[in-house]
Design a protein around this ligand. Structure first.
Ligand code: CA
Length: 229
C-alpha cells in the first residue's frame, strides 16, 4: 500500500452505514479510518492524519457539529476538509453546518455516486497530487500521473522516495514539515525508519533538483524540519 494513498476518516455511529461508506471509499482507492463516535474521531484525527473527514451530524454524546467545531478551531487540523452528513434538509441546518466550518454538506439519504464526487472534489483541493493533478512551483513541474518532474523544462531524474518527498512539499508550498510528519507521509506509519533517513533523502532531493543548475528551493527550518520555499 503506497504511503501517500489518501486517507478518509469516516465518522458514523450506525454500523451498516459506516461499512457501506467505507466499502465504497476503499473501492475508489482511499485508505479508510473508521470512528463510531465523536470522541473516537477526535483521537483518530491525530493518529491517522486524514486528508478528508466524512462526518455524520447525528452522533451519540459529542455531536457531529461539535466535532466539526473542534477540528476547525485547532490549527493543526483546521485545513482538513469536512463533508457533513445529515438526515435533516432544512436550510437552517445547512447554514449551521457551514457556520461550524464544514466544507460541504450532504443530506441523507444520499446517492453514493454523488458523495464520491464530493469526496473527490475535496481531495483535488486538499491533495492535488493524489487526485492526479499537475503541480507547479516556480520552474518545477511535477506530473503525478506520469511521475515526470521537470525544472525549467529539463527532465529531472528522481528516485521513488525523492519523488514522494517532492510531491508532499509541492502540495503545500511554504508548509514546514517535521521529520516525523515526512516519515508518516512518505514512508508510511507501519515502517520503522530512523528520522536521520529523512535527512539523507532530503539531501538527495536537493541534489536532484539542482542537477541542471538553479538554486536549492528547499529550506531547513532549525528545530522544526523542512519546507519548500
Ligand atoms: Ca448517525
Amino acid at each position: 500500500m503506497p504511503a501517500d494513498q489518501p486517507t478518509v476518516l469516516v465518522v458514523e455511529d450506525e454500523a451498516a452505514q459506516r461499512e457501506v461508506l467505507s466499502y465504497n471509499l476503499e473501492a475508489e482507492g482511499f485508505r479508510v479510518a473508521r470512528a463510531e463516535n465523536g470522541e473516537e474521531a477526535l483521537v483518530l484525527i491525530d493518529e491517522e492524519n486524514p486528508d478528508i473527514i466524512v462526518l455524520d451530524w447525528m452522533l451519540p454524546n459529542v455531536s457531529g457539529i461539535e466535532v466539526c467545531r473542534q477540528i476547525k478551531t485547532r490549527p493543526e487540523t483546521r485545513n482538513v476538509p469536512i463533508i457533513m452528513l445529515s438526515a435533516r434538509s432544512e436550510e437552517v441546518d445547512r447554514v449551521r453546518g457551514l457556520e461550524t466550518g464544514a466544507d460541504d454538506y450532504v443530506v441523507k439519504p444520499y446517492s453514493v455516486v454523488e458523495l464520491m464526487a464530493r469526496v473527490r472534489a475535496q481531495l483535488r483541493r486538499a491533495r492535488p497530487a493524489a487526485a492526479g493533478l499537475r503541480l507547479e512551483y516556480e520552474d518545477i513541474v511535477l506530473d503525478s500521473e506520469t511521475h515526470r518532474v521537470t525544472r525549467a523544462g529539463s527532465a529531472l531524474k528522481l528516485g521513488p522516495t525523492e519523488f514522494r518527498l517532492l510531491t508532499t512539499f509541492m502540495e503545500k508550498p511554504g508548509r514546514v514539515w517535521s521529520r516525523e510528519q515526512l516519515l508518516d507521509r512518505v514512508w508510511g506509519r507501519d515502517i520503522y525508519v530512523d528520522t536521520r533517513t529523512v535527512d539523507v533523502h532530503i539531501g538527495r532531493l536537493r541534489k536532484a533538483l539542482c542537477q541542471h543548475g538553479g538554486t536549492d528551493p528547499l529550506r531547513t527550518v532549525r528545530g522544526a524540519g523542512y519546507a519548500l520555499g
